[in-house]
Design a protein around this ligand. Structure first.
Ligand code: ATP
Ligand code: PRP
Ligand code: NIO
Length: 497
């Protein structure tokens, strides 16, 4: 998949916040540009007040990094930028530096389709400060959106309890790229198909759909419209029955269904797009069954989301297929995932790594220092805990204490030897070379399904989910606390002066 080549004419290096470029310039000018650093991308809170988040977007990140190159047009644009006094913002030697800049970072990341939790790194970038800094905005842009939509899709699919969810969002999505990325993420999250034909072509997602009210309205009668549709698509008839009178629409669908059957064809089903979906679906089911169409599917649409689907299920609605658009692709009712990208270590002039924390008034916002990774422990296929640990830390298989990063009184003792473990950050780039084999979108979707299956249902419920335990390995916890206390002491001393 090539987002840069297929969707855009040029490289995406300027798809960044201006301050990344001004910082890059200042790093370069101060001689720090090549200093090695580590940044981590993570979020602090699950979206939708949920208990899990589903990672998506890494494929775009890989594509972005592989095409990370300042070309002539971009350099000319930057070269033309002027300060208030008319002097150039970026001196030409810096533009020469950018022209020669090759992507040389190490990137480790959780694979797409992995269930992820707050505070644990989803992506770790190690490399020269300038490059790490320039990756911040595009990585956040890509991961925040696709992860948000994949998570929404997973919630909707969980509510549908394995019944097909067709993604219908293109018309209401946030622009062209928003729509395409949303269709991709929705497929990862478990949707069966998309109505977005370009997403089908670009990503290999199955495309599917029914027909609109305009089709019915363009004929004298609904029956004629159904007959003409059956003529064109004898094997793929899903009749939209609610243009005039829903139950009369079902009767017309049955009439055309009988005619199709006489020709050796079967109607696939009907779609209901308005009114009380529980009432009309159960009525329609009864009518279809009595007319000898027990296998005809009932598709429902109309502003559905995970909560309405759950409610319809609790009302015993006879819906088999769910068409979901607006609320899926716009991530209703949480417009953004708040993932951030924070510096966690720099290599000093003696070549020694120095872990870094940003001390904040809110303990929630204190980052995790050092060069760390995440291990997930599984018992009988179920995920039991995630541990964030310093990568060079020996882990005692006989016992390890993990400590909640926000509330240090919440601790858990684990016996790693009892569990199957998975290291979640996988090598993606080494010194700028891709070392990861990108799975197909279908494999990513499979991984998402397996990952969601590995999560206890207490963490998957839509309302008040049980908190999944994620903790800092003891030594990392102490390192973090020491750094925070040191920084606070320094702050206090400065205040006293
Ligand atoms: N039985 C039900 N239980 C819960 N929510 C439902 C039920 N039936 C429909 N809904 C949802 O209620 C919302 C509004 O439905 P409403 O009946 O007002 O739509 P409508 O006005 O008939 O449709 P339209 O405006 O498209 O003609 C939609 O989000 C729909 O999915
Ligand atoms: O409701 P969504 O989840 O976004 O699903 C897509 C909607 O798009 C279509 O409606 P259309 O655009 O014709 O408008 P409508 O609301 O008047 O049916 C379709 O009939 C669905 O209702
Ligand atoms: O195919 C459909 O039924 C469809 C497609 C887009 C939006 N609403 C419905």
């Amino acid at each position: 998949m090539k987002i840069t080549k297929d969707l855009y004419q040029s490289s995406l290096v300027l798809l960044t916040d201006f301050y990344q470029l001004t910082m890059a310039y200042a790093y370069w000018k101060s001689g720090k540009g090549e200093q090695e650093a580590v940044f981590n991308l993570f979020f602090r809170k699950h979206p939708f007040q949920g208990g899990f988040t589903l990672a998506a977007g890494l494929d775009y990140v890989i594509d972005f990094c592989r095409n990370f190159k300042f070309e002539k047009g971009e350099l000319e644009y930057l070269g033309d930028m002027k300060n208030k006094d008319g002097s150039p913002v970026f001196e030409s030697a810096f533009l020469d530096y950018l022209q020669n800049l090759e992507f040389t970072c190490d990137i480790d990341a959780v694979e797409e389709g992995t269930v992820v939790f707050p505070n644990a790194p989803m992506i770790r970038v190690k490399g020269p400060l300038i490059q790490c800094q320039l990756l911040e905005t595009p990585l956040l842009n890509i991961i925040n959106f696709q992860t948000l939509i994949a998570t929404k899709a997973a919630r909707i699919n969980l509510a549908a309890q394995g019944e097909p969810v067709l993604e219908f969002g293109l018309r209401r999505a946030q622009g062209i790229d928003g729509a395409l990325a949303a269709s991709r993420a929705a497929y990862i999250g478990g949707c069966t198909s998309t109505s977005n034909v370009m997403a089908g072509k670009l990503f290999g997602i199955p495309v599917a759909g029914t027909h609109a009210h305009s089709w019915i309205m363009s004929f004298e009668t609904e029956l004629e419209a159904f007959e003409a549709y059956a003529e064109a698509f004898p094997d793929q008839c899903v009749f939209l029955v609610d243009t005039y009178d829903t139950l009369n629409g079902v009767k017309n669908a049955i009439k055309v269904g009988d005619k199709l059957r006489a020709k050796g064809k079967e109607m696939v089903g009907i779609r209901i797009d308005s009114g009380d979906l529980a009432y009309f679906s159960t009525q329609a089911r009864q009518m279809l069954d009595e007319a000898g169409f027990p296998d005809a599917k009932i598709v429902a649409s109309n502003d559905l989301d995970e909560h309405i689907i759950t409610s319809l299920k609790s009302q015993d609605a006879a819906i088999n297929v769910w068409g979901v658009g607006t609320k899926l692709v716009t991530a209703y009712d949480q417009p953004a995932l708040g993932a951030v990208y924070k510096l966690s270590a720099v290599k000093n002039s003696e070549g020694v790594w120095e872990p870094k924390v940003k001390v904040s008034q809110q303990s929630l916002k204190i980052n995790i220092p050092g060069f760390h990774n995440v291990k997930r422990y599984y018992s009988n296929g179920k995920a039991v805990s995630d541990m964030i640990y310093l990568e060079d830390q020996e882990i005692d298989p006989r016992g390890v204490v993990i400590i909640d990063p926000i509330d240090a009184t919440r601790r858990k003792r684990l016996m790693p030897a009892f569990y199957k473990e998975e290291v979640l950050l996988k090598p993606i780039f080494k010194k700028g070379e891709k070392v990861y084999t990108i799975p197909s979108l279908h494999e990513i979707r499979e991984r998402a399904a397996t990952q969601l299956e590995s999560l206890d249902k207490a963490h998957k419920r839509l309302v008040n989910p049980h908190l999944y335990p994620v903790g800092l390995e003891e030594n990392l916890h102490h390192l973090r606390m020491d750094l925070v206390l040191k920084a606070k002491k320094f702050e206090n001393e400065q205040e006293a002066e």
